[in-house]
Design a protein around this ligand. Sequence first.
Ligand code: PMP
Length: 367
Amino acid sequence: MTRLAAADRVAATVRADIRALNAYPVPPALAGGIKLDAMECPYELPESVRDEIARAVRDTALNRYPAGDTQALAHDVRHAFDIPAESSLLFGNGSDELIHLIVQACCEPGDIVLSPWPSFVYFDMAARFDHARFVGVPLTADLQCDLPAMLQAIDQHRPKVIFLALPNNPTGGLWPDEAVRAIIDAAPGLVVLDEAYQPFADHTWMSRLPALPQAVILRTVSKIGLAGLRFGYLAGHADWIAQFDKVRPPYNLNVLTQAALRAVLRHKAVLDGQAAQLCVDRALLAAALADLPGVTVYPSAGNFVLARFSGELDGNAVHLALKTRKILVKNFSSAHPLLANCLRISIGTPAENTALLSTLQDILCSY
Ligand code: PMP
């Protein structure tokens, strides 16, 4: 088949809205550089834990499909992450997958998925893929949740699903309990409390979940050192979980992920220690960034900070200058008007943070 014939066939076959989309951007590895663009944990696991993972993987049969019964894994996850006994669990190949399952199960074509905006871009993408319509309710100018605007939008659009990232990505803000509670009370459908960055926030809704029949809590292990494993979980009332389980691909959680996760969770204290270190380093990095000329840093409860560059160089120029010097951060300069000239910087090791700061100092002070 010629290339032209394929292009014509694609144009006639693939949905127009999918053809118009850009794929979720995953940059190539930056050999020898400093990677601060994806909220990964900068620390590798200790040798002893890696040995235990190796043994667990070695003893895992690859010739069989993953077992239908995930009770042992559920036991370990409940214990490690303090899931209330009353709440049921659903596991996903990353929490991305669970976002899809929720929208697929809840939304008829054209139904509304709503979130404060800007927030995690995949809320919007998953809604579109699954034929729902996405409504983003703009944050305030200082990047906080606009509660009156949220309540007005909920009243107007009657969303099937509301996603609240707590803390929010990419801004780092943690919406106050009173605002979240008001949104939950006003919601006509389901509210998903996405606690992807909870380990860095010292705050959770998890213990209150059994009293919130209209909410579920989404979590991931990606930010606490296990992004490569692809494991997320959803906690909520058994009635919600039973429905979402029906649209789950039967073998979505592979046996190696399950084996490795169970081995790592025996050493949860290691993950907690790394998260605590990142919180200490977040405060140091935020303060040092705020001291640079023309830089505004927004308060963050995640393992990243959002910084706005309003000096001689705009966000795009600073991003490019960092990239040229092999430091990768995420550029939101052109993503949304509220994020003009903003870069999101993941917290790295102390050495990486120091290198970032001195490089930024050079870049900003040479103009
Ligand atoms: N929720 C939020 C708010 C996120 O920022 C991310 C990752 N960027 C995810 C969910 C997805 O995480 P994962 O698929 O790695 O579990």
